[in-house]
Design a protein around this ligand. Structure first.
Ligand code: MIC
Length: 648
């Protein structure tokens, strides 16, 4: 039998189920990654589960999202996380160390291992030949407690890379090409596996760019082989002993195929406000911009900054442009300083920020109203930058920098600057001491969790009633993102450890009356189109509306992580039997679902009656019996506590 890399990774971690696409499988998890914006909830969940010490090989908690300390809330969360790391045996990456994904690749990721992360960009670690999946915090908490992670066996989508990237075209353009071809739902239910001779020209950090933004395709994850380039990368980061080879067998079969001839690519840009809205840069060139922004988990490598520094050396940033440089890890920043690149960037007019997520999730650096902002970040969902009427475009560092110099969208090939290919350094500054190692078990037991006033324990959740008769409070279009369901940004993120408070921001940008209306009824339904809940893993996008009484979402289809998050907190994700029924339902209609318990367990189609207008709709669920059990009990915490799930 010839296996792909993805199949080998799944097979070596399979604890239940068959590797048949669509079947539920359970996977053993070796490593976990949490970041502060989702991690506070994970640590509260570990407390609620009564865990003593994590059972994974390595669990790392990063502080990279909530870095703005405008008051006590974020620093309180940082200290809470430090105490929780000490208590539960978790590594702590302090503020300023950088973005979780590149830091994990540099310091902890290991080929052949599984990684579960409470961040949708966790698949970036697929660059090292890991099976790395993003999930809601509660599932990561369960993995830390030694439980398997359950998901549907994805189809494996082999993408053969041939040829070599032309000058001025880089890894970001490869993933933008995938998004141009397949759109934001093209990867649903799939793992993307890259292979072929074109890989030889892509460094491990280039592969990170592609694997990271596989999340924007809706893919379960992305994998690359662990080849000699991965060995070189680990050697450079003084971890060569962590390398094992992991290659697809010759003739490995893929469920689906695609091919990209790298030599045929050109600079691409995702226009506002979807990562799937991709065009060649030359077609939109000449439009004035306000901001150019480099960094983030989607372009974290040394090369991504060095290429920009070389382009601006001896030149000046355009007067109107804010050129924001967001280093991605402390060690990368040290190396860029050592090699003189930071001085070139600053001298040309760049604004240097601390290593972290920063403006990528609207934590500062918001663009001016209606002005174009060209960013190397992974997402440009409406309003995510912090400016409601934003116009964010996704580009490579080359396109961002060329545009920063000219003040208009610029195809870097037209800049008239000589091109220099920059290799990933073999001698980066390694600063592993900046990560605080877990305490010895006997010392850990003595640590008390430090909870500031903003840290509020999880609200209890009651079981699902047998029948529901509740109004539709909101009807939204296709591809609604979790940024629209529960915004990020400096106003909202500090409440990630406070569900009653953060619930007040639910669907704020979509319908500012939603929260008030939700409080006036005993429960409600939201109706959505295709790919409902694309984007982030933030379970707050399920918890906030659930706290306000959301009981079910009817949609044409769901994004993987969000539908799981709904189930995890006792909300029913139901799919229309006939997508045309979406058009029939109106905001305000009261829908009735009866005999829920029996029909969910038998898996039969449900009939939702529209009490207001005397119609009925067929809806169904695709939950496994384990998920049905959890949703009936009001979510995963109750499921574990009532002894249905394995106990810790
Ligand atoms: C994102 O890029 O959307 C985030 C912010 O990193 C999220 C996590 C979060 O909402 O905290 C993600 O990707 O899961």
């Amino acid at each position: 039998m010839s296996w792909s890399v993805a199949q080998k990774l799944i097979h070596s971690h399979l604890v239940s189920g068959e590797m048949r696409p669509g079947d539920e499988i359970g996977l053993h998890i070796d490593q976990t990654l949490t970041q502060d914006a989702t991690g506070t909830m994970v640590m509260l969940e570990l407390e609620a589960l009564g865990l003593d010490r994590v059972k994974t090989e390595i669990s790392v908690q990063y502080v990279d999202h909530n870095l703005i300390q405008a008051d006590y809330k974020n620093p309180d969360d940082h200290l809470f996380l430090l105490s929780a790391c000490r208590r539960f045996g978790v590594w702590y990456s302090r503020p300023g160390n950088g973005v979780s994904h590149p830091c994990h690749q540099e310091n902890f990721g290991k080929p052949g291992k599984t990684l579960l992360g409470s961040d949708s960009h966790t698949p970036a670690a697929g660059a090292l030949g890991m099976l790395a999946i993003g999930a809601g915090g509660i599932e990561v908490a369960l993995a830390m407690a030694g439980e398997p992670f359950f998901t549907r066996m994805p189809e494996i989508w082999g993408v053969e890379l041939t040829g070599e990237l032309p000058e001025w075209v880089s890894a970001k353009d490869i993933i933008l090409e995938m998004l141009r071809r397949h759109g934001v739902a093209g990867g649903l239910g799939r793992i993307v596996e890259y292979y072929g001779p074109g890989l030889d020209t892509l460094s491990a950090m280039d592969r990170h760019v592609i694997a990271n933004m596989g999340a924007e395709l809706g893919a379960t994850t992305t994998v690359f082989p662990s080849d000699l380039e991965v060995r070189r990368f680990l050697r450079a980061w003084k971890r060569e002993n962590d390398w094992v080879e992991l290659m697809a067998d010759p003739g490995a079969g893929y469920d689906l195929h695609d091919e990209i001839d790298l030599s045929s690519l050109e600079p691409l840009i995702a226009m506002p406000s979807s990562p799937g809205n991709v065009r060649p840069v030359r077609e939109v060139a000449g439009q004035p911009i306000y901001q150019a922004y480099i960094g983030s988990s989607a372009n974290p490598g040394f090369r991504d900054f060095a290429v920009s520094a070389m382009m601006v050396r001896g030149r000046r940033i355009h007067d109107r442009v804010s050129f924001d440089v967001n280093p991605t890890s402390r060690a990368q920043l040290e190396t860029l300083v050592r090699d003189g690149h930071v001085v070139d960037l600053i001298h040309a007019g760049a604004r240097l920020h601390q290593a972290g997520c920063n403006g990528c999730i609207g934590m500062g650096q918001a663009p001016a109203t209606h002005e174009l902002s060209l960013r190397t970040v992974p997402r440009n969902f409406p309003g995510r930058s912090g400016t409601r009427e934003d116009k964010v475009c996704l580009v490579s560092p080359e396109t961002a920098t060329a545009s920063a110099l000219t003040g208009v969208i610029t195809d870097p090939r037209t800049l008239g600057v000589p091109y220099m290919r920059i290799a990933d350094p073999d001698d980066p500054i390694v600063n592993r001491e900046a990560f605080l190692a877990p305490l010895a078990p006997e010392d850990a037991l003595r640590v008390a969790l430090r909870k500031g006033p903003n840290i509020v324990s999880l609200p209890a959740s009651e079981p699902l009633p047998d029948s529901l008769e509740v109004p539709v409070l909101l009807k939204v279009a296709d591809d609604i993102s979790t940024d629209e369901i529960m915004p990020a940004g400096n106003r909202v993120l500090p409440f990630r450890s406070n569900i009653p408070k953060i619930a007040e921001f639910s669907f704020e940008g979509v319908d500012p009356t939603y929260v008030t209306r939700a409080k006036q009824v005993p429960g409600h339904i939201v109706v959505g189109g295709d790919n409902y809940g694309q984007g982030s893993s933030r379970e707050h996008a399920a918890l906030g509306p659930r706290f306000l009484g959301l009981r079910a979402v009817f949609a044409k289809s769901f994004a993987r992580i969000h539908s799981q998050n709904l189930i995890n907190f006792g909300v029913l994700p139901l799919t229309f039997g006939d997508a045309a029924d979406y058009d029939d339902i109106r905001k305000g209609d009261v829908l009735r679902l009866s005999d829920l318990h029996r029909s969910l367990v038998t898996g039969e189609e449900l009939v939702a009656e529209n009490v207001t207008r005397g119609r009925s709709y067929r809806v169904h669920h695709s939950m496994s019996s384990r998920q049905v059990d959890a949703v009936l009990r009001g979510g995963l915490i109750n499921w574990v506590k009532t002894g249905a799930g394995h106990s810790t």
